[in-house]
Structures are given as structure tokens and as C-alpha cells.
Design a protein around this ligand. Structure first.
Ligand code: DON
Length: 411
């Protein structure tokens, strides 16, 4: 069956790659000499769903160094291990609107503007467990491997090239060290950071890594929880505001997917709750973002309505049916359906509460409800009090919830 139908998602990816393939503008990064040796014509994209299905098109197996795409994953590992309060003593969370290697430190606190620029990313690496560069890098690699769901190697040539040309990054590290925000000696942080940037990945890895944010922290292929839901949400938020450097605002308007680019040519993009996408194409624009990666994600987003703020039309009412017994003390039975998030809870309660007389009974039937968000449950649990205060009498509420969806809210 699957073979006969083919893979329509793969087809959608292939069709977008075909449309961007002739974009040969931009140039491969050469400020790290070894990066200039990459084949500039490589082009690949993969999409990993939160169900763990991976769709691939083009050069998805071609390896390249992760570079700055590592930054959100290391930030996620740091906030997961240390908590947001501790991490934000070391780094701010504000878009800098500046290039990735800018000297972008808060004047008063000395904290780098955000963890997606080099200064902030080096500080995040310095917060990893261990006292040596090797130990910190081992923590980084082990974490990134859990995001990718496989063992990853370091491109030693890129690492040597990066380490021997990395004076600007060392300078940034010294500045953060003198401001008191670096969590280790300069060499420890920068050598671990250079190795971190030199980890070899492919577009498929980036899709699965991004999808791990989309699921709220669980790798959808290996099913392993990599980070907490909080850490996944915080990181996706930082990618939203800062992931594409000084192109972040424009990107959010045109593409609308939290994302992170790297000078190796990779981009990882997240649609929370739905999927992760990884793209690879080495030629970069003036801001250090892959030209065809940006074009691929922009086209995919436009063609398939993937913008995270896309309006999908009026949602289905959560009230599937309503039966009323108008007699004093009679029942109003509402059969609810689907997902009950905040706005569905608001609709159910504001529409139904006035229908119940002073002595009536509101029966809420949750049998066909698939999920109740934690915040909505709080609203339902306050219902008896609010109904009591709406009327002089004490109308009753009865809940039919055979599967216990109210007792086990999600989110
Ligand atoms: O810090 C550097 O210079 C690089 N190794 C990583 C920078 C990077 O990927 C910037 N992204 N667009």
C-alpha cells in the first residue's frame, strides 16, 4: 500500500528542492579555511514528524559540520541541567540584531545578548559538566547524540582549522570571562566550543534533532526523553527570536518557523507539536545563512501553510451536541469532543453556564474528548464555585469522564 501511494511528503520536499536548485548565489564559508572545501552544489532536506517518521529528499546523507546549529541544542542541555534562572545569570535572552560573531554583551551585566550568537554560545558550552575541554565536549557530544539518535563523529580537519583561526571567538570568551559570565577558563570553553562546531551531521540528523523540540523534548525516533518540556519550550522560544541572527525578524514574518542556521550550510527548523526540518546547502548569504536552505524553508512554508502563526480558519466547536430538559432542576447534557485547550474550555463554560437554571444540572460528557490541557482543567475545576456565584441557587455540575482525560491533563 505504502509503496503504491509513494511518499507525498517526500514528493513535496523534492518539488521544493527542484525549485531552488538553480539558486547558485551566495558563497561557501571560507573564514575557516577547511569549510571552503565542501561541495557547494549539495542540496538536501528532511522532515521528521513528531510520530518519528522521516521523509527525505536530495543529499540527506551528505555530512557537514553542525557549526552554529549546535547552539540551541547546547542551550537546551544547559537549561535542562541547571534551570533557566541559573543559565540567565550567564546569558540574556534578547535578540541582538547583530551578526553571529559580534561583540554583543549587555553593558550593565556583561552577559551576552543571547545564546544563539557566538559569545552566548561559548558561555553555554562553558556551563557544561566537567572541568576540562574534553569533559565539557563529551557532555556536549553525548547530548547532541541523544537529540540525533545516533553516534556522531568530529570532523578533525575542520576542528584544527577552526581552532587555529578562532582568535575572535577567544576574544569573545575573554570578554565574557572578564565580565564574570564565562563558567570556565577561556581555553576550556573555546576548545570545547570548536569541537562542538565540528561535529559532523546530515540533514536527516537535523530534522530529528529539531523534531525533538517539536515533541517537547522526546526524540520521536528513539522515543528517549532528551530534555524536559520546559527546556524544549524555552529553547524553541529563543530560536524564534534569535535563531537567524540579524535576519530573525524578517525570517519570522516570511517563514514563521523557529530555526537555527550554521555556516556549514545546515538549518534546523521546528514546527512545535508537528515536525522538525533539516536542510543542507553550503552557499551562504551575507548573514551566514544558507541561501538555498532559506529558500527551501520559505517555499515549503508558503506552499503548505507551515507558518507557526498561520490562521487555520474557525476551529470545530468542542460542543458536539447539547440536550436540554427545561423543567426546574432539569439536566443540560453537553457532549464534548476533541482537544480542550484554553479557548475550548472558555467556549464550553461561557456558552453552557447560563443555560443551567438556578437548580438545574449541567452534565459535561468528556467521552469523546481526546485531551484536556492542564490550564483548561483548572478552569473546569473552578466551575462549581463560579456557577454558584452566578445564580442565587446552587446548580450542579456532573462530569462523565470514563477515560479520565480530566484527571490526566496534557501540557
Ligand atoms: O564560531 C564560529 O565561528 C563557527 N564555528 C560557528 C559560527 C556559525 O555557524 C555561524 N552561523 N551562521
Amino acid at each position: 500500500m505504502a509503496a503504491a501511494l509513494g511518499d507525498p511528503v517526500r514528493h513535496a520536499l523534492e518539488s521544493v528542492l527542484d525549485d531552488v536548485r538553480d539558486r547558485t548565489d551566495g558563497a561557501v564559508a571560507d573564514y575557516i579555511p577547511e569549510l571552503a572545501k565542501v561541495d557547494p552544489d549539495r542540496l538536501g532536506a528532511a522532515l521528521a514528524s513528531t510520530h518519528g517518521i522521516v521523509h527525505e529528499a536530495g543529499d540527506v546523507e551528505a555530512e557537514f559540520t553542525i557549526q552554529s546549529v549546535s547552539k540551541p541544542f547546547v542551550f537546551a542541555l544547559a537549561v535542562d541541567a541547571l534551570g533557566l534562572a541559573e543559565v540567565t545569570k550567564h546569558v540574556d535572552l534578547e535578540p541582538s540584531g547583530e551578526p553571529f560573531n559580534a561583540i554583543s554583551l549587555d553593558e550593565a551585566s556583561g552577559r551576552p545578548r543571547n545564546p544563539m550568537i557566538n559569545a552566548g554560545a561559548i558561555v553555554m558550552t562553558s556551563l557544561m559538566a566537567g572541568d576540562t575541554a574534553d569533559a565539557k565536549f563529551d557532555a556536549v557530544r553525548a547530548g547532541i547524540e541523544r537529540f540525533a539518535g545516533r553516534d556522531l563523529r568530529v570532523d578533525e580537519d575542520v576542528y584544527s582549522s577552526e581552532a587555529s583561526t578562532g582568535d575572535r571567538n577567544r576574544a569573545l570568551a575573554y570578554l565574557t570571562r572578564s565580565a564574570g559570565t564565562l563558567g570556565s577558563a577561556v581555553d576550556v570553553a573555546t576548545l570545547a566550543y570548536f569541537r562542538q562546531c565540528s561535529i559532523s551531521v546530515n540533514a536527516r540528523d537535523l530534522a530529528i534533532m529539531a523534531a525533538t523540540f517539536a515533541t517537547g523534548g522526546v526524540n520521536p525516533v528513539t522515543r528517549e526523553r532528551v530534555i524536559s518540556e520546559d527546556a524544549a519550550r524555552w529553547t524553541t522560544a529563543v530560536m524564534t527570536s534569535c535563531g537567524m541572527y540579524d535576519e530573525s525578524g524578517d525570517w519570522m514574518v516570511r517563514v514563521g518557523l523557529p530555526a537555527k542556521s550554521g555556516v556549514g550550510g545546515g538549518i534546523a527548523a521546528v514546527q512545535p507539536g508537528q515536525f522538525g526540518i533539516g536542510t543542507f546547502s553550503p552557499r551562504l548569504d551575507a548573514r551566514g545563512n544558507s541561501v538555498r536552505g532559506v529558500a527551501t524553508l520559505e517555499l515549503l512554508s508558503q506552499r503548505h501553510g507551515l507558518h507557526m502563526l498561520q490562521h487555520h480558519g474557525a476551529p470545530l466547536s468542542p460542543i458536539a451536541s447539547l440536550t436540554r430538559d427545561d423543567a426546574d432542576g432539569g439536566e443540560t447534557v453537553a457532549v464534548l469532543r476533541g482537544e480542550i485547550l484554553f479557548s475550548e474550555a472558555e467556549e464550553v463554560l461561557t456558552r453552557l453556564a447560563p443555560l443551567v437554571g438556578d437548580h438545574g444540572c449541567l452534565v459535561l460528557d468528556f467521552t469523546a474528548v481526546t485531551r484536556v490541557a492542564a490550564g483548561s482543567r483548572k478552569i473546569f475545576s473552578a466551575l462549581p464555585e463560579t456557577m454558584g456565584s452566578l445564580a442565587d441557587g446552587r446548580p450542579r455540575v456532573e462530569v462523565r469522564d470514563p477515560d479520565g482525560v480530566l484527571a490526566a491533563p496534557v501540557g
